[in-house]
Design a protein around this ligand. Structure first.
Ligand SMILES: [Fe+2]
Length: 318
C-alpha cells in the first residue's frame, strides 16, 4: 500500500542516540579518543536537568551526529541485547586505518575485537564508556570529504556513520517497513543479515537487519542505543513522510520542533525506535560554526529556566 509514496525522501542516517551515564567520561571519550567535535551542548528535551551531548564532524553534518542522553540518577535497568533492540552503531573509517584505531582505543583502555568481514569490509568492535556497542568499518566507498579535526586527517578520521544494525523481532516486517514505508532498497544479504540502503546505499545510508530468532526480546536500559534517526532534506519532505506513515495507520508522534531540526518518532513493527528528522534550521541556529558546542544551548521549552537548570546539571570540566 505504501510502496513508492516516500521513495527518494530518506537520504540516510541523521543521528544515533544512546542512553548512558557519566557525562564527563562520555565527553572525554568522544572528544579526545574518537576525535569528534562536540557540536551541541544541551539538555534532555523531556527532562531539563539531564545532559544531552551531540558530537559530530566539524560542520555537524547529518550522518555524523552521535548523541548521548546522560541518565545519571535515573533508575534505569541495564540494557540487554535482544530482539527489538539496536545491536550496534558503526562508524566509517578510511581503508587501512584499523590498526591506528585499535592502538588508539587500546591505549585509552578500551578493548577492541576484530569481527569477521562484513560484505567484504573490515569490522572492529568496541564499547563506548557507557557500554554502547560500537564498530569501526573500513570502507573505500565513502565519498564524504571530512574536515580534519582533533589532530586526525584524511588517513584516519571518522567520516561519520557507516551503518546501524537492528535486531528485529520480526525481520520480514522491519524490511517491509524500511522498503515500502521509507523507500530503502535491499542491497544484499549475508547469513542472517540483510543490508538495506537509502539514496543509493553506502556508508551513512545503510541499515542492517539481523534475524536472531532464538534471542529473547531486548531490554532497554543503560548501555542501549535508543534510536536511529533518519534524515530528509526539507520541511516538505518530513511532512510528507510523517503524513504517509501516519496516514497508513502507523502510530507516530506529532512533528516536534527540536530547535536544530524537526522530528517525528515511531516504533517500527519489529520493535525498533526510529526518528525521522530534517536538517533545518541546523546546528548554527543558536551559535556560530566556530563556536559550536562551546556553551549550553537550551531547547526552546527550557529557555526561560536557564538559571535553575545550570544549577542542577551535573558538574563538568570542558
Ligand atoms: Fe533523536
Amino acid at each position: 500500500m505504501l510502496k513508492g509514496l516516500t521513495k527518494g525522501l530518506i537520504k540516510g542516517i541523521h543521528h544515533i542516540t544512546g542512553a548512558v551515564i557519566d557525562g564527563q567520561r562520555d565527553y572525554d571519550f568522544y572528544t579526545q579518543v574518537m576525535a569528534l567535535r562536540m557540536v551541541k551542548r544541551t539538555v534532555n528535551h523531556e527532562v531539563g536537568n539531564l545532559w544531552h551531548f551531540f558530537y559530530g564532524d566539524y560542520e555537524a553534518h547529518a550522518g555524523t551526529i552521535m548523541t548521548n542522553m546522560l541518565f545519571d540518577g535515573v533508575p534505569l535497568p541495564k540494557y540487554q541485547r535482544g530482539r527489538g533492540s539496536i545491536d550496534a552503531l558503526s562508524y566509517s573509517i578510511p581503508i587501512g586505518s584499523t590498526p591506528y584505531w585499535i592502538e588508539r582505543l587500546n591505549k585509552h583502555g578500551y578493548a577492541t575485537t576484530e569481527r569477521p568481514e562484513r560484505f567484504g569490509e573490515k569490522v572492529t568492535h568496541f564499547q563506548d564508556p557507557g557500554g554502547l556497542d560500537s564498530e569501526l568499518i573500513e570502507s573505500d566507498n565513502d565519498s564524504r570529504d571530512t574536515t580534519p579535526y582533533g589532530g586526525l586527517d584524511a588517513s584516519n578520521i571518522i567520516r561519520g556513520f557507516h551503518s546501524a544494525t537492528l535486531i528485529s523481532r520480526i525481520p520480514e516486517l522491519t524490511i517491509e517497513f524500511f522498503t515500502s514505508g521509507l523507500g530503502f532498497e535491499v542491497v544484499s544479504e549475508e547469513g542472517n543479515r540483510t543490508r538495506l540502503g537509502a539514496n543509493g546505499g553506502g556508508p551513512g545510508r545503510t541499515i542492517d537487519i539481523l534475524d536472531e530468532p532464538d534471542l529473547p526480546w531486548g531490554v532497554f536500559g543503560l548501555g542501549a542505543i535508543h534510536h536511529v534517526a533518519l534524515t530528509v532534506d526539507s520541511m516538505d519532505a518530513i511532512k510528507r513522510v510523517w503524513g504517509v506513515l501516519g496516514g497508513s495507520g502507523m502510530i507516530l508522534t506529532d512533528l516536534r520542533d527540536r530547535k536544530w531540526f524537526h522530528s517525528a518518532y515511531l516504533t517500527e513493527p519489529g520493535g525498533i525506535n526510529i526518528e525521522i528528522s530534517n536538517v533545518d534550521p541546523g546546528f548554527t541556529v543558536d551559535e556560530s560554526l566556530e563556536e559550536l558546542g562551546n556553551t549550553l544551548q537550551l531547547p526552546k521549552q527550557w529557555a526561560d529556566q536557564r538559571e535553575r537548570i545550570e544549577s542542577e546539571l551535573p558538574a563538568m570540566k570542558w
